[in-house]
Design a protein around this ligand. Structure first.
Ligand code: ATP
Ligand code: MG
Length: 254
């Protein structure tokens, strides 16, 4: 090939950049020590920046799946975060990438003050005290909880504790947020406030919920889990208009 045409070819060829999915779950199976198999081969990919709702009846495996996303539980199969397969060697990095917020904030908050709880993650990451304090203040501001630094977490309302629990992962600069039933048991006002917070956050999100109006409002993509398997995955409006699919999996749209 003449050198001129080769250089043209080269200049016209775009470099191939492989962008890893934020989350890549393949054939994930998990059985609790008591013998209950909760996940039966889950496959799920979430691109960076996507906001995905995880629906399904009680016992479907939603919480179990979320617990695998930062390695709290380890099943058979493969879970990769930003291209890194979760393993012992990278677990610290994975915990910083995936901020998992439990359904019950009391499972997440254990320090004497809100500030210490929000500092805990960055402290674990080994950051300087200035950086830790900066991140903690920023995270509290993001969830509208600035001014609560010295309060005792257990003396806050449920909605406030849920916000602080989210701040504990925002302070780690998590790229992916995995939230388990964030609006459960909140009053309408607290729910609306928290939805505003979630709507503003730019992170990739996977959120388990029974709050279908919230899904319609905030999540373009919906995944339905039932019996430890993904039974539907697609556009939220399409999935939520499929009455027979919803009925089959114990979901109802009002
Ligand atoms: N710690 C545990 N030990 C044993 N089995 C468990 C444990 N946690 C959950 N399970 C079982 O695993 C299955 C999946 O439960 P999981 O909590 O993941 O469901 P879920 O979809 O989050 O339900 P919900 O909507 O009620 O929160 C259920 O059959 C449940 O009984
Ligand atoms: Mg659950």
């Amino acid at each position: 090939m003449p050198s001129e045409s080769r250089s043209t070819l080269i200049s016209e060829t775009q470099p191939r950049v492989e962008v890893a999915n934020a989350l890549e779950v393949s054939e994930l199976r998990f059985t609790y020590p008591g013998g209950e198999q909760a996940l039966h081969g889950v496959n799920l990919s979430v691109a960076a920046g996507e906001k995905v709702a995880l629906l399904g009846p009680n016992g479907a495996g939603k919480s179990t799946l979320l617990l695998h996303l930062n390695g709290i539980l380890r099943g058979e199969g493969r879970v990769a975060v930003c291209g890194q397969v979760i393993g012992d060697a990278n677990i610290k990095r994975i915990r910083a990438l995936v901020g998992l917020v439990f359904e019950y904030p009391d499972d997440q908050l254990f320090s004497p003050t809100v500030f210490e709880d929000v500092c805990y993650g960055p402290l674990y990451m080994g950051l300087s005290s200035d950086e830790i304090a900066q991140r903690a203040h920023r995270a509290l501001a993001m969830v509208g909880m600035q001014g609560f630094e010295e309060r005792m977490p257990h003396h806050l309302s449920l909605g406030q504790r849920k916000r602080v629990a989210i701040a504990t992962v925002l302070s780690m600069d998590a790229e992916i947020l995995a939230l388990d039933e964030p609006t459960a048991s909140l009053s309408p006002g607290a729910r609306r406030d928290l939805m505003g917070v979630m709507d503003e956050l730019p992170q990739t999100m996977i959120v388990s919920t029974h709050d279908i109006p919230m899904v319609r409002e905030l999540f373009p993509r919906t995944v339905i889990l039932d019996g430890g398997r993904v039974v539907a995955d697609g556009d939220t409006n399409v999935i939520l208009s499929d009455a027979s699919l919803l009925k089959e999996h114990g979901l109802e749209v009002f």
